[in-house]
Design a protein around this ligand. Structure first.
Ligand code: UTP
Length: 485
């Protein structure tokens, strides 16, 4: 961030970015103030450095790095050879931390959700099969379920961006924060980065505003610090942050076993991995680099030969897929987020995008092909800086079904089906009458289990056992907590 002692216009002109103020003299005073404010918040050195290093002279690629890559180690699930005793110990450790009020939930919800194309913050998207509950509602109910179980209010931090901050806060207010204490739901906005054209010139979205976009989910670490969220956690005795994305309603927001593994391992950052379904699956892969550090290699950067390599058992050797579910140690976030440690700085990545802008004559341009570079940080890039990173395996059906695209893979339809399959599995396990298609795993009727009734299979079995009679499932049944009905 640059403190502007003089008007930033001069600085921009000196640095070859004078086009940002091209229409300045024609703007109303308010627009001039806004443009000046935006310009003052941009670190021109950083933008120039990113353009030079990522666009003009990008590195030679990862081929040499690839030679040194090994698969990262992870703790397998008990059903895949992990120790039952260890998983139990981790579960109990996590429960103790939840009971002690040491854990906060943290959702990154600052993305633009362009692929889904939904008009509104992604967290407000209706996602469940019967109630059409929004993603935010599902997480809120999971957090409330944990509060009821552990007898402690669980704080929830939500990162937005300027694009969706107000409608997000408004959505929570209109819905009474879904029964959560509003004092414990904290919103803050992430940082922004300007888009530059092929020559590194910062683009104007309009005559009086810069083409800015959120600085990536990796921006969450510095946003946690800059917003004061980390200080608040410290004041409230929270040292463990459970990180998840806004697009995945299956996620176990506050998973005791995961929290426990993180704490038992004295880890600064822990991650969940799931076995890749096939070599080309578009998830990053947990690897160990030549320096022995755990890293996530993006699917596009993992050489094909490694992506296809199989071990003696015939399984993909590099199979531990990253699904953006992490636990962070608070002080680790502080170290990275303040930028105090020069050896632990999140890198930026470039993305070639279509960015609408105004041209030099002031005409609006809506490009049909990528015309600009955006710069983003990725949260998983913090992994190599973490001491004692822990990676545990999870099962896809228990933790991961993101809504990314309007249709096809990872769409509202696949996510709805995955929720139905989960409910069907639980219902079967509890001996309830429900007809399930043997091939697809889908129930014959659409029904729903609210997170406050049960958010895991074990809880479901307990909740059903506690009822006077077995619930009857018909089309549109919603199994809900008695006090919610
Ligand atoms: P995605 O990478 O899926 O991006 O974000 P997106 O913006 O939601 O969707 P597309 O790519 O435009 O279609 C994964 C998670 O990271 C958050 C998103 O809100 C989502 O929870 N995110 C992403 C941020 O919080 N900030 C960002 O700058 C980018």
């Amino acid at each position: 961030m640059v403190a502007a002692m003089i008007h930033p216009r001069h600085d921009y002109e000196d640095r070859g970015q004078g086009q940002v103020f091209r229409f300045f003299d024609d703007l109303a005073a308010e627009q001039q103030d806004e443009l000046t404010r935006q310009a003052s918040n941009i670190d021109l050195d950083e933008v120039e450095r990113l353009y030079q290093t990522l666009v003009k002279n990008p590195g030679a690629g990862n081929e040499s790095l690839a030679d040194e890559l090994q698969p990262a180690e992870f703790v397998p699930l008990p059903e895949n050879g992990g120790s039952e005793v260890l998983w139990k110990e981790a579960y109990e450790t996590g429960e103790a931390a939840l009971r002690a009020g040491r854990v906060a939930a943290f959702t990154v919800a600052g993305g633009q959700g362009t692929r889904l194309g939904f008009d509104g913050p992604k967290g407000t998207f209706p996602v469940t099969p019967v109630r059409n509950a929004a993603l935010f509602q599902v997480f809120a109910e999971k957090i409330r379920a944990a509060e009821a179980r552990y007898g402690k209010p669980m704080p929830w931090f939500i990162m937005t961006s300027v694009i969706n901050h107000e409608p997000t806060v408004d959505f929570f207010e209109r819905h009474g924060h879904f029964g959560l204490d509003p004092e414990r739901v904290h919103f803050f906005s992430q940082g922004l980065m300007p888009a530059v054209d092929e020559d590194g010139k910062i683009l104007l979205a309009e005559k009086g505003s810069i083409a800015l976009s959120p600085d990536g989910h990796g921006g969450s670490l510095r946003a946690l610090v800059r917003s004061g969220a980390i200080d608040r956690m410290e004041a409230d005795g929270i040292d463990t942050i459970s990180y998840f994305q806004v697009d995945n309603p299956l996620v176990r927001c506050l998973d005791p076993a995961f929290i426990g593994f993180h704490l038992l391992g004295n880890s600064e950052m822990s991650s969940k991995a799931l076995p890749k379904a096939y070599p080309e699956e578009k998830v990053g892969v947990f690897c160990r680099d030549g320096d022995g550090r755990d890293v996530v290699i993006e699917y596009s950067d993992l050489p094909e030969r490694l992506a296809n390599e199989r071990d003696a058992a015939g399984e993909l050797r590099f199979r531990a897929g990253s699904i953006a579910i992490h636990i962070f140690d608070r002080d680790f976030v502080k170290r990275l987020g303040t930028g105090a440690d020069p050896d632990a700085v999140l890198p930026f990545h470039r993305a070639h995008k279509k960015v609408p802008h105004v041209d030099e004559s002031g005409n609006a341009v809506s490009p049909t092909d990528p015309n600009a570079w955006k710069f983003e940080m990725f949260v998983f890039d913090s992994l190599p800086f973490a001491k004692n990173p822990v990676i545990i395996e999870t099962a896809r059906e228990d933790d991961f079904s993101p809504v990314k695209n309007a249709e096809g893979n990872d769409s509202p339809q696949t996510c709805r089906d995955d929720q139905l399959r989960q409910y069907a599995r639980w219902a079967k396990a509890a001996g309830l009458e429900v007809s399930v298609d043997a091939e697809t795993g889908l129930p014959a009727v659409a029904f729903e289990v609210t997170p406050t009734f049960a958010d895991t299979e074990d809880r479901f079995l307990e909740a059903v056992a506690a009822l006077d009679s077995k619930p009857v499932i018909v089309d549109e049944t919603v199994l809900d907590c008695p006090d919610e009905e």
